[in-house]
Structure formats: C-alpha cells, structure tokens
Ligand binder design. Structure first.
Ligand code: GAL
Length: 444
C-alpha cells in the first residue's frame, strides 16, 4: 500500500476524459488566468492547518467534511476540504512518487477523495515548491509532473502549493514565477481541472506574475488569531516585504492587502490567508471585521477553525449571506478609500450597472466611535454626488437605515466594522463615479 506507482492505463483514461472537459471549461471561463476555468469567484472551504497542524489523519478529514455537510456550510458555498502539510511519508517510493502515510490514511488518499466527492465536496491537497514542505516532508520541486499526475489520479481538485525549502530559487519575480509556473503547467497537463492556490507568502510580488498561472496567491506571511499587534516574526507593515514571516495579525494583513485589490480579477485572487473566525482570542466584533474585509477584497474564504465544534456564533458569522455575497456576488474587488488614524473606509462597486455600492468603516481603535461617512470620500464629483440618494441596509444587523444623501452617520464598536449595502435609487445611467474605481473583475 505504501509504495505505489502511477497506473498508466488509468491515467490515460483520465487524460482522455478531461481532454474533452478542459477545453469546455476554458471556453466557459471569462479571463485567461490559469487556463483551468476555476475560481471564477473566490474559492471557499475548510483547511486542516490552523486547527490541527500536523495532527491529521483520515478521521480528521472525513470528520471535518461530515461536519461541514451537517452544518450545511456547503449550501453557503464552502466547497473544498483541504488537507494541508504532513500527509506523506518522509521518502518518495522507488519510482520517485510521493507516498501517503498509511498509518494516518489506511484507506489511501484516493478513497479519501472518493468519500469527499460522494458528499458533493471538492478535495484539496498540499505540497511545496521546494525540496521539502514546511513540515519537512518531501516537496515537489523538480518532481512537478510526477506529483501533479499522482494528485490527478487520486482525484485531487485543489492544490495549495507552499514555498518552504526552495533552495534559493526566490529573490526575483522571474525566478519565483518559473518555479511556480512549472507546477501550473504540470497541473494543466494532467487534464484534470485542479484549482491552483499558490502559497509563497507574497514573496517577489506574486500579484504581478501569478494571475496568469494560478487561481490565487498568498500576499502575506501566515495569519495568527490576533486582531492587531506588531510582532517581530511578521516584521513587514507593507506589501513590499523581504521577510513575510508568520504570526501576522488581522490588521497587519488588511493594511498590506489594501493596495493589492487592483491586481485581482476573475479566476485570480489575492489570498489573505485562512480565516480565524471561530478560533480563540478574537472577539465577536473582530471576527466580523475580519470576515467582512476578507469577503470585500475577494480573498478565498477558507475556514480554519475546529469545524467539528463550531459554535452558534461562529456559524452565524460564517453564514451571513449578505457578507458572503460581497465575495461571491455582483461586486467588484473592494478597495480602501482612506486610512485615517484608527479608522478606514472601504468601498465596493457593483458590476451590474445598477449603481449599488458597499461601504464599510473599520474602527480599529479601542473606544466605540460615532463615525461620519462623507460621500465626498466615496464619489469623485461633487455635483454628481449631490443628486443621489441611497437606500442603506446594515449587513450585520440587517437594519434598514432608510434613504441617505451626502453623508451617513454610524456608530462602530471598538475593533468593529459597519458595513452597509447602498441601493442606488436613481437612474442607473446617472450613477456617480466612485473615487478610486479601478476595474476589478469583468463586468457581469
Ligand atoms: C506555511 C503556510 C501555512 C501552512 C504551513 C504548513 O508555509 O503558509 O498555511 O500550510 O506552511 O507547514
């Protein structure tokens, strides 16, 4: 069981099947991102790492998939169950293929993937573009085609591809690009559509080169369940960063991500890392703020909490349909209008020509504050802006705030967010231009 090699006959059958399906998927896609037709909206799911780290096995993963189904999270869009690091043996087999750890996965990975598929979910796998994974298991550097073939044969739908032990093959965008492109090509060559989730922590500015080879790219070091804190393990405050590190707080990642939205588009997203919703140490307000901004900037929404013990409050946050809609619906990529002291204004344009908008104010200070959202910070032209009225709905309380013109006054709890959907009440042809409109995903 532990030593295996790819069965040529089956692989060829798979290739033939997907040779028909892949061009179809490519036709259906609306951009030239990674040529796999996937992640047309940011991917959603659950990943083992933040709760279980290396303590994973068949039971953990099937248990998580069953919990996801029982909570009906799949009906909200959470589709992929992603197995992170530490699933393999420490050696490849005699023919150079990766081997799953039979003590952790007695039935094997293919059976595991089959069971997840039978639940209607997608199965995610992990490897690293290095000699070893971060957990020091064999990585895929120089084994890209072999590993991609094996993953396709196992029925993998998603690959998270890390950056540890890359043997110095980083430091310029081109070197990193070529290393990650090899796996992109290998995945596409299998003929199986496999979502490609790059995890190189923002090194060498992946937002400049990943959109043509990957569905998403991490733009920062690893997240931690802390709202706002400087930490030497995550030394950068800015997206230009020589040492991405780990233990990056929610606000640290938000500040680094703010200018990067312009680089995302359909099928190609900035990944702000897995969600900390449902993990210790973040209060209710902080979790809502975190989830709101991740949705607005169209980061993948990959849960990382102990899903088998999901509290009602966690479920309430993760299943807020209006917030999920900011990620999956008609809205462009969110962008920041301003950061002033301890408050920030974030905006999202609708892409359906309606003139609707989403407006969010963050209060990352320690006191509750009354904040005034001045429409001058939203719209370019004063004359235009004076003529418009919006019907406002608070997307967390669901309260209808009535018709609003010129300004909107809101109270925001400490470390909290107000997010409102602004329904344009005028003639859509007359919709005013927002201040920093920058494209984002294709028009619907
Ligand atoms: C890190 C990665 C984490 C997790 C970990 C596994 O590099 O950013 O999300 O995958 O490796 O060892």
């Amino acid at each position: 069981m532990s030593r295996r090699s790819l069965s040529r006959g089956r692989a060829n059958m798979l290739h033939r099947g997907f040779r028909i399906l892949l061009p179809l998927a490519i036709l259906l896609r609306s951009t030239d991102a990674v040529d796999n037709g996937l992640a047309l909206t940011p991917q959603m799911g659950w990943n083992t790492w933040n709760t279980f780290a290396c303590n994973i096995n068949e039971g953990t993963i099937i248990g998580a998939a069953k919990a996801l189904k029982k909570l009906k999270l799949d009906e909200y869009g959470y589709h992929y169950v992603v197995m992170d690091d530490c699933w393999s043996l420490h050696e490849r087999n005699a023919t150079g293929y990766l081997q799953y750890d039979p003590a952790k996965f007695p039935k094997g990975i293919k059976r595991l993937a089959d069971e997840i598929h039978a639940m209607g979910l997608g199965f995610g796998m992990y490897s690293s573009a290095g000699k070893m994974t971060c957990g020091r298991y064999p990585g895929s550097l120089h084994f890209e085609e072999k590993d991609a073939d094996l993953f396709a044969e196992w029925g993998v739908d998603y690959l998270k591809y890390d950056n540890c032990f890359n043997e110095g093959q980083s430091g310029t965008p081109l070197i990193s690009f070529e290393r990650y492109e090899r796996m992109s090509k290998a995945l596409n060559k299998t003929g199986r559509p496999i979502l490609y989730s790059m995890c190189n922590w923002g090194e060498d500015s992946p937002w400049d080169w990943a959109p043509t080879i990957a569905n998403s790219w991490r733009m920062s070091g690893d997240i931690v369940n802390v709202f706002d804190r400087y930490d030497d393990r995550c030394p950068c405050e800015d997206y230009i960063c020589r040492l991405p590190g780990h233990h990056c707080s929610i606000m640290n990642i938000i500040n680094k991500a703010a200018p990067l939205g312009q680089k995302a588009h359909t099928g190609a997203w900035n990944d702000l890392d897995m969600l900390e919703v449902g993990n210790d140490n973040l209060d209710y307000e902080e979790q809502k703020l975190h989830f709101t901004i991740w949705a607005m900037v169209k980061s993948p929404l990959i849960m990382g909490h102990d899903i088998m013990h999901t509290s009602d409050q966690t479920l309430e946050i993760l299943t807020n349909k209006d917030i999920i809609d900011l990620s999956q619906g008609k809205w462009g990529v969110g962008f920041r209008s301003y950061k002033r002291g301890k408050s920030q204004l974030w905006l999202q344009d609708s892409k359906d020509g309606s003139g609707d908008m989403v407006v969010a104010v963050i209060n990352n200070g320690d006191q509750e504050r009354g904040l005034m959202i001045d429409f001058a910070d939203i719209f370019l032209d004063e004359w235009d802006r004076r003529k418009v009225e919006y019907q406002v709905t608070d997307l967390w309380t669901k309260e209808d705030l009535g018709l609003v013109k010129d300004e909107l006054k809101v109270k925001v709890k400490p470390h909290g967010v107000f997010v409102g959907r602004l329904k344009f009440t005028g003639d859509p042809k007359m919709k005013p231009k927002t201040k920093k409109f920058h494209g984002g995903p294709d028009e619907l």
